[in-house]
Design a protein around this ligand. Structure first.
Ligand code: HEM
Length: 442
């Protein structure tokens, strides 16, 4: 063998070895864990699956990858490494690392969101500066949460937060699952916008006005007792022109109530027993006394979370999840819808069954903040949990209760409820809900 050939061979062997050693040295040495498994990829070009799959079908592709590689997978989009977690326990370990005593103190903050402006929550605290994963969001059952209908907890800052596109998986098109237009609070005085007051919203589920206000206007009652409404349209008189997480959630819940009349009637019975006949509307105080109402809303968010992913998070330094290395800078996301529909965790997950959230059910005492454990995470978990959780739960319970109290929501012949999904700003009903409304009270 010629000298130059030996020299060339040594370089070929030594170069990758040196690079590997340098990288190991940078991360503190020791046995280096593998990154989560995933489909083969090329440097710069990314995972080969992109040759045969469209990023628009990302969720479907991920489901196939989970079936093949397990509950945590890596995907490369170009040179960017994205890691997806479908397992609720791994998600809890990643987002609530204080639950793992072996972690060095303060390291819970290692999983951050990609470079973004500090978000200010409704309570006024800057989430980026919060020094505890238990951020300002209060559980929805907290009696100190905002009250309906005279609340005005959404400050413009809390609703307008958007994340820069950095680190966003390709199939997410919008800035946040809850945009500025999700700040759909009635004004503090409870007054409605002139447009809302004049005409009933074209969307029963996306107007933020007190449902009682427009549902009870004589003209709307007359027309709705004989016709049906489209429960949500992309543009609404007072919805800001965009579907929001709350209005999307509301539409899915109403669709389930239209489809499941016995559940709707059971809910109506609870509402009737809790509120007096002479009461104008179901109040914020009343809804605290309605466990079945809460179960209906939770079941809706479990089965139809408005966002099937959270906003992408980023590892601020090398860390470990489930025995795998999550390298610094990698984007990490969590499969919200998968967790809520996992048949190992939930019995008949595709059935709408609010009873599972009542005493003795698998969802009894579920904590949507994911503090103790994660069973479902429609609002995210940990430091970056939805800043609007409290107000969103209040809106959902308040609107569902009042809409069911005022009307029977019935299926329209030829317009059967279709639960097909469509990826938009949030995951919406492909065929928007159309329902016949029959007034319950004269
Ligand atoms: C049913 C309704 C809603 C759902 C399902 C929902 C869900 C979510 C999710 C999944 C996230 C991302 C969490 C993460 O990245 O880990 C988020 C973030 C956020 N949400 Fe919501 N949201 C809802 C309503 C609202 C409302 C009404 C507001 C405002 C009043 C709001 C304000 C925010 C803000 C400011 C963030 C960013 C928090 C941060 O990054 O620190 N959300 N939401």
């Amino acid at each position: 063998m010629e000298t130059w050939q030996i020299f060339f061979g040594v370089i070929l062997f030594a170069l990758p070895l040196t690079l590997l050693l340098l990288r190991t040295g940078k991360t503190g040495g020791g046995a280096r864990r593998p990154i989560p498994p995933g489909p083969p990829s090329f440097p710069v070009l990314g995972s080969m699956v992109w040759l045969t799959n469209s990023p628009a079908d990302g969720e479907l592709l991920l489901r196939r990858l989970f079936a093949r590689y397990g509950p945590i997978v890596s995907l490369r989009v170009g040179s960017r490494l994205s890691i997806f977690v479908a397992d609720r326990r791994l998600a809890h370990a990643a987002l609530w690392p204080t639950a793992r005593p072996s972690r060095p103190s303060g390291s819970w903050a290692r999983m951050t969101t990609p470079s973004r402006a500090p978000a200010t929550g409704p309570c006024g605290a800057s989430s980026a500066a919060t020094s505890s994963p238990r951020r300002c969001t209060r559980p929805a059952s907290d009696s100190s949460r905002p009250r309906a209908p005279g609340y005005a907890a959404c400050s413009s800052t809390s609703c307008g937060t958007s994340r820069p596109p950095a680190g966003r998986p390709l199939w997410r098109r919008s800035s946040t699952p809850c945009s500025a237009s999700s700040c759909s609070c009635p004004s503090a005085s409870g007054s409605t916008s002139p447009r809302c007051a004049r005409s009933p919203p074209r969307s029963a589920t996306s107007c933020s006005t007190s449902p009682r206000k427009w549902l009870s206007s004589p003209s709307s009652r007359r027309s709705q007792s004989t016709s049906f409404v489209t429960a949500s349209r992309p543009r609404t008189p007072c919805g800001g022109g965009r579907r929001t997480a709350t209005s999307t959630g509301l539409q899915w819940i109403m669709a389930e109530l239209v489809k499941n009349r016995s559940i709707q009637e059971k809910l109506y019975e609870e509402i009737k027993d809790t509120t007096g006949d002479d009461q104008e509307e179901v109040s914020g105080d009343d809804i605290h006394k309605m466990p079945y109402l809460k179960a209906v809303v939770l079941e809706g968010l479990r089965k139809h979370p408005p966002g099937h992913f959270v906003l992408p998070h980023k590892a601020a330094e090398d860390m470990e999840i489930g025995g795998y290395l999550i390298p610094k800078g990698a984007t990490v996301n969590f499969m919200v819808a998968e967790m809520g529909r996992n048949e190992r965790e939930w019995e008949k997950p595709l059935e709408f069954s609010p009873d599972r959230f009542l005493q003795g059910g698998a969802g009894e005492a579920v904590d949507v903040t994911g503090n103790r454990e994660i069973k479902m995470m429609p609002f995210g978990v940990g430091r970056r949990i939805c800043a609007g959780l409290g107000i969103a739960m209040l809106h959902l319970e308040y609107f569902v209760a009042n809409m069911v109290r005022e009307f029977k929501w019935q299926e329209v012949a030829g317009e059967e409820v279709d639960f097909a999904e469509k990826n938009e700003f949030t995951v919406v009903m492909k065929k928007p809900l159309r329902s016949r409304l029959v007034p319950r009270r004269s």
